[in-house]
Design a protein around this ligand. Structure first.
Ligand code: 13P
Ligand code: SF4
Length: 350
């Protein structure tokens, strides 16, 4: 566990991190990307960290890959690349910098390391896990293979390197249905997300999809009744869900897709009012670029994603600690499963 008191003292000894309205105003072009969700007074607290990280990032030849669920100060303030899991995995294959700082959860950093074994991949907080990744081990994959002999295993990228290594191919929420449809076998094993698997089964009825009993603790909290209530209160409301939500929730939505696809849908359709049935940082991050759209709905935050803070990012770059390592014997087969997904995904996209 990180000792935050010690980290704070050490960082204050090296950087000027006192809140500063003057600095915040001098960095107003960054603030303008999140002004709708962040008052200037809060930006004055974050700006010194953003300035320090951006300077250190250049000195360390580092690039910051950030998931769409990061806080606005990370997403708009320090990230070089933002995106969904598929975009971040593809981007990780193209990084030239020596160091990757992964602002997201641990399986994302592991994926970057698997794809870039020679680079240093820093994880600002090793405890940023994922309920899906924690729900299955390689032993679970072996059990599924024993139950459905010959069926290919399609594992969500939200898994450990060990599980990826035991799988035939990976998928993300952006390509799961296409990957399952492309499998030659009639029966396809999907792990570890039972809700994603059931949503894919509805999209790909020609396959018999069987699944592991895992779930995302953020998306399984939404109910179809919540969505109906919001529609009753706000006629005309558009509802967009992430496919980690249960199928009855997805059925109530106007559209379902990965976090990047959710963003593209809202950018294209420009609904007057929209509810994003996903982690609530997503709406905060895109709301300034869509001033004519009103975002409403409950705010469910991912406790794992929220472990990543500016302070911890600065600490990892300052000390170059938190390097993610993957045993080369596991990394090699895991890389095959991720690369097969990337290649198939690019081929299917034409
Ligand atoms: P995306 O690939 O859609 O960004 O989802 C990742 C994730 O963890 C969602 O909970
Ligand atoms: Fe995992 Fe759900 Fe958090 Fe995504 S939102 S990292 S799936 S727990």
């Amino acid at each position: 566990m990180l000792d935050l008191t010690n980290i704070r003292d050490e960082l204050r000894a090296h950087y000027d991190l006192a809140p500063s309205m003057e600095l915040a105003q001098s960095m107003s072009e960054i603030h303008a990307r999140m002004g709708r969700v962040m008052p200037m007074i809060d930006w004055a607290v974050h700006a010194p960290y953003v300035a320090a990280i951006n300077k250190l990032k250049r000195e360390r030849n580092a690039v910051i890959l950030a998931h769409n669920y990061m806080t606005p100060q990370i997403y708009h303030g320090i990230a070089d690349v933002v995106g969904d899991s598929l975009q971040l995995a593809i981007k990780a294959t193209e990084v030239e910098a020596e160091v990757i700082v992964q602002c997201g959860v641990h399986f994302m950093a592991e994926t970057s390391k698997i794809l870039n074994p020679a680079k240093t991949v820093l994880m600002p907080d090793m405890e940023a896990g994922c309920s899906l990744a924690e729900s299955i081990t390689a032993e679970g994959i072996a059990q599924m293979r024993a139950m459905y002999p010959g069926a290919p295993v399609v594992s969500y990228v939200n898994t450990t390197a060990e599980v990826k290594a035991a799988s035939d191919i990976c998928c993300t929420s952006a390509n799961a249905a296409q990957i399952v449809a492309a499998m030659e076998s009639d029966t396809v094993i999907m792990t570890p997300d039972k809700w994603l698997a059931q949503n894919v089964a509805n999209q790909v009825p020609q396959k018999r999809v069987v699944w592991w009993d895992g779930a995302c603790i953020v998306h399984e909290q939404f109910t179809a009744q919540d969505l109906r209530d919001f529609r009753d209160w706000n006629p005309g409301l558009k509802i967009i869900a992430h496919p980690e939500c249960p199928p009855d929730v997805v059925a109530e939505a106007d559209y379902a897709g990965s976090t990047a696809n959710i963003q593209s849908w809202v950018e294209t359709e420009r609904p007057k009012q929209v509810m994003l049935v996903t982690e609530c940082s997503m709406a905060s991050n895109i709301s300034d670029s869509l001033p004519d759209v009103e975002f409403l709905g409950p705010c469910n935050m991912c406790p794992y994603m929220q472990k990543i803070t500016l302070e911890k990012v600065l600490w990892s770059l300052h000390t170059m600690t938190g390097a993610v390592e993957v045993d080369p014997e596991i990394a090699a087969p895991a890389r095959l499963a991720v690369q097969r997904m990337i290649d198939l995904s690019k081929r299917l996209a034409g």
